[in-house]
Design a protein around this ligand. Sequence first.
Ligand code: Z5A
Length: 226
Amino acid sequence: MPGEGLLHNGRFITFEGGEGAGKSTQIRRLASALRGHAREIVVTREPGGTPLAEKLRGFILAGKARDFGPFGEALLFSAARIDHIDRIIRPALARGAFVLCDRFADSTRAYQGARGGMDAGMLLAMERVTLAGLRPDLTFILDIAPETGMARAHARRGAAGADRFEAEGLAFHAELRAKFLDIAREEPERCRVIDASRPEAEVARAILAACLEKWPLPEAEEKKWA
Ligand code: Z5A
C-alpha cells in the first residue's frame, strides 16, 4: 500500500517508564495494531537490539558494571545505544519502518541521573554525542506508582532473582517516576504521559489514540481501526 495514508514514513516511537509499567506488553499490542497499516514494524529494546549491545545488556544487568559508578555505566549504555542506532534504528527508519523501542535515551537520563548519579548537564552532553541528531518522534511515558509496577514485575519474575536495577529500593523507583514526569514536562511535543495503572486494553487504546492524533489517517482508513 505504498503512498496510502500518513503512516508510510519512518517513525521512531519509544516507550519509557518504571519497572513493570507494561512497556513490553504495550509495544506488542501497538505492533499488532499497526501491522498492515505501516510499511514495516521493527520492535526492539534497550539496552540491546544487536548482538554486541545484548552482550553489554547481560553484563550491565548482572550488576558487573556497577563498580564503574554511574558515569561508567552510562558510558556502557551509550556504547550499546550507538551500535543499536547504527545497525538497527537508522537503517530501519531509512527504509520507512515504524521502529518501536522498549526504553531509549530517557532511561539513561532517569536511571543514571537518579540517587546522586550523574549530573543532568553531563547526561545531556553525552546524549547529544550518542544520538548524533536522532530523536524519537513520539515517546510514551508509562506512568505507574512504583509499588504497583514493582509488584507486577515481581509476580512475573517468580523465583528468579532481581537484576541490577530491580534490586534498588522503593525510594529509587519513586525518584525515577518523578524524573520521567519531568522529561515529559520539559518536552511536551515529544512525550505523552499514559496512566499505566489501567487495564491493558485501556492503556493500549490510549496509546493508539495518541498515535492517530499525531499522525491522522484518512477517514476511510481510520474506520478500519475503530
Ligand atoms: N536502563 C538504564 O539504567 N539505563 C538505560 O539507558 C537503559 C536501561 C536503556 C532494563 O531492564 C534495565 O536497564 C531497566 C532500566 C535500565 N531496569 N529496570 N528495572 P528490562 O528491560 O529488563 O526491564 P524493564 O524495562 O523495567 O521491563 P519490565 O520490568 O519487564 O517492565 P515492562 O516491560 O514495563 O512491563 P511488562 O513486561 O509489559 O509487564 C510486566 C508484568 O505486568 C507482566 O506480567 C504483564 O503481564 C503485567 N502487565 C502489563 N500491563 C498490565 C496492566 N495494564 N495491568 C496489569 N498487569 C499488567
